[in-house]
Unconditional design. Sequence first.
Length: 436
Amino acid sequence: MTNAHTPTQAVVVKRVDSGSADTEEVRELARSAGYRVVGEVTQTTTEDPGFHIGEGKAEELAREVRGREASVVIFDNQLGPYQTYNLGNVLPAGVEILDRFRLILEIFGQRAQTRKAQLQVELAELRYELPRAEAKASLAKRDERPGFMGLGEYDESREQDIKNQIANIREELDTIEETEQHRREQRRESGFDLVALAGYTNAGKSTLLRRLAEDLDVADNEDLHPDLDPTAESENQLFTTLGTTTRRADLGTRDVLVTDTVGFVSDLPHWLVESFKSTLDSVYRADLVLLVVDVNEPVEEIREKLVTCHDTLYERNEAPILTVLNKIDQVDEEELAEKREALSALAPNPVAVSALEGTSVDALRDRVHDELPDFRTERLVLPMSDDTMSLLSWIHDHAHVESVDYGEQVVVEFEGRPAVIEQSRAKASELVGASA
């Protein structure tokens, strides 16, 4: 494992079918996990079934590891159990091999602070291990050789144990989600609209949250939630937290709660996304989703990320999605216009902002206000009484009051969320009935 004072030295590896291998993200992931990248090996070829990168390239990797005195090799690819075993026989003894998804799980494990996050990490690890346990079982039954291919001793009950643990974790996560859904409904009944921030890591979601939050300053140096720590952006860390961060935003007549969630990462397998669907429920159950993208990235990369986000969100999401083109301070007007046009099919009528500098954030607030579900208007005629004064106070707290006329009766006109309107009618009915 990594040590904060003496980072473990690692060599990163990436194989691509065509083109050139870009190791920028895997290096960032490795650094987020606490590793120090001291070398890299890349290859453009079809996957080798035995070594993933081919035996000759594996020998080159072994020389790189020895020369760099690295103790960890990190593949920006998914490795099968047999490939891992074969590579282990070529690499120096004691060198740990991590594939992309094992690395991501390690980062998740380091960041998991809440019971919910810890359960999701455990679920993802079990889902990662299950096919490997099934492979051991299959080989052991076929070859009658425990430990065949160096995969470890075959435990006949391990496969079923994993399945049982997965079922138990899902049950506990369902219970947690029921509690969180109840909390969301309470917030709606209290008059709040729920807005969720979604997008890839390092798109600037946390910085945008700080801009929108009415109780925080972007330059604030208070001891804040990790996602809101002003140093988090400059550190450029991926997966600062697995939890969600919710702050109240200033949108005029609307009371809005904005929630930031863990960012997407490219090439995540479905089983890994599925393991963290409980966290994504904050997005799925929102009234509006702000899909934040880094407009400074190449347009093809932005397009791919938008497609992946849409595939993930539209599977269960019912809320409208508003695309936010962030970091316009890093592109000129001509490039911004070209990218708007190129992305128009995936991001119709987006809002372009600089969360860092605050450019056009007011325009984003206006769009959020317009995109949220329409308020309903209500007019109540109430008796003049102490109970009516209490109800008026409640309406002021949960809705936007247009006018109040005091006479023999009290007439109040206001607008608010449908749930608040229904509650106000019920309270008014009880009050009128009690005074009759």
